[in-house]
Design a protein around this ligand. Sequence first.
Ligand SMILES: Cc1cc2nc3c(=O)[nH]c(=O)nc-3n(C[C@H](O)[C@H](O)[C@H](O)COP(=O)(O)O)c2cc1C
Length: 192
Amino acid sequence: MSVSPIEALLSRRSAKLVGAPGPSPEHLDIILRAAMTAPDHGRAQPWRFVLIEGPAIAEFAEFVLKAHEDAGQPLLPQKVTNMRGWLAQAPLLLGMACHLDPEDKRFPEQERILAAGAAATQMLNAAHMLGYGAFWSTGLGTYLPAVQQELGFAEPEYRFLGFMSIGTPLRAMPSPARPEPETFVRRWPAAS
Ligand SMILES: Cc1cc2nc3c(=O)[nH]c(=O)nc-3n(C[C@H](O)[C@H](O)[C@H](O)COP(=O)(O)O)c2cc1C
C-alpha cells in the first residue's frame, strides 16, 4: 500500500538506535538536497554539515569523551556506556552548524539559526521518508568549544547545532501519539 507524502510527513518520528546500512550515496544526496530546500532569508544558506562515517564515529566518540574530561565535565559511567553503544552501531553521524557570518548585518542572527534548524528538520523528514531512522542530538559535546573547534565550527563565525545520526532502525519504531494542534493555537482577535 502506498503512503501519500502527507501521511509520510505526519508519521515522522525520531529513531536513535540505528545500524547499518546507512544511507546509500544516492539517498545521502537526497537527504542533503532536502536541507537545501529550507526557508532562507536573503539566500544566506547558513547551514553547514560535517560527515563522520564508519570507524571515524567511534574515534570521534573517544575525542568527545576526552573533551568532556578536559573541560572538567566528565560524563557519568552510564552515559559513557550509552554513548559508546549508540555510536558503535550508527553508520553515519552529521555535525550540523549555522554559519553566523557576523559581518552580514542584513537581518538578525536568529534568522540564520532558524534557517539552519529548518534545514536539519528537512533532513529528518527526508531520512524518514526514505525509510531510515534519524535522530538530532545535542549530546556528544555539542556545547564544548573543543568539540566545535575540532569540527571546524567554532564561535563566533559559527553556532554549532548538534548531531544527526542516520541509519537503519534497530527495532520497529511506531510513530508516537502527537498532541492535538488546537492546544497550541489561538486566534486573534480572541472570540468575545
Ligand atoms: C535541537 C534538538 C536537540 C536535541 N537533543 C537531544 C538530545 O541531546 N538527547 C535526546 O534524547 N533528545 C534530543 N532531542 C530530541 C530528539 O531528537 C527527538 O526529537 C525526541 O526524542 C522526540 O522524538 P520525535 O522526534 O520522534 O518526536 C533534540 C531535539 C532537538 C530539536
